[in-house]
Design a protein around this ligand. Sequence first.
Ligand SMILES: N[C@@H](CCC(=O)N[C@@H](CS)C(=O)NCC(=O)O)C(=O)O
Length: 218
Amino acid sequence: MAAVRHDRLTDTAAESPPYKAVGFRGSRVSRVLWMLEELEAPYEFVETELRSDTLFALNPSGKCPVLIDGDLVVTDSAAICVYLADKHAERNMGAASGLAGRAEMDSWMHFAQSELEAPLWNKLRHRYLLPQEVRVDVGPAVAHDFASEVKALDRRLERRTYALGDRFSAVDVLVGDIGAWARSSRFAIGSDRVNAYLDRVLSRPARARSQANGGAFK
Ligand SMILES: N[C@@H](CCC(=O)N[C@@H](CS)C(=O)NCC(=O)O)C(=O)O
């Protein structure tokens, strides 16, 4: 289902799969590729570099991931996952019907990115991305915050197999991807329920395929 190209965005639609997922290995593009694999949608992984001209041409922030669907460019990983889930509604990975379903989905997606992911991102920025002169040791603070968010996730998952209940959804792609990031960065996950949930979602074959097709470092 997947092809890999390097920074080539000029192909005609006739030559290339409908979706182009733009990013670099080891980045948040992993969740977009995972989503595309779950949907069994043909796509191309367009491999680029941190803050590349390609990224700035697509996203005012110069960040990845970016999804290109014909004339439409979608930025920001949670928005991309929701867009794909909505577009492939028949795969049942999106919000439950109605306003309440959308609110439930939005609540999870915002929790995932602005709370669960924030300490991970903060640590990475202070380790590698910020200018040297503004880096500080955020280790204890982010460990504290992450532990508190894991407790929140534990409570959110009570009596649920997946975030939205019995069915695997775009929320699990996002939360699972963040969990994998936490594990690889050695953040403590002090909850059996959260660990069992992460084992469950991260063992899906689509996750493995997406990791092999650009989601993970080579
Ligand atoms: N909210 C954005 C964050 C995007 C983001 O920060 N991407 C990182 C790679 S995972 C990046 O390109 N960073 C470059 C930078 O910070 O300048 C999303 O979820 O897509």
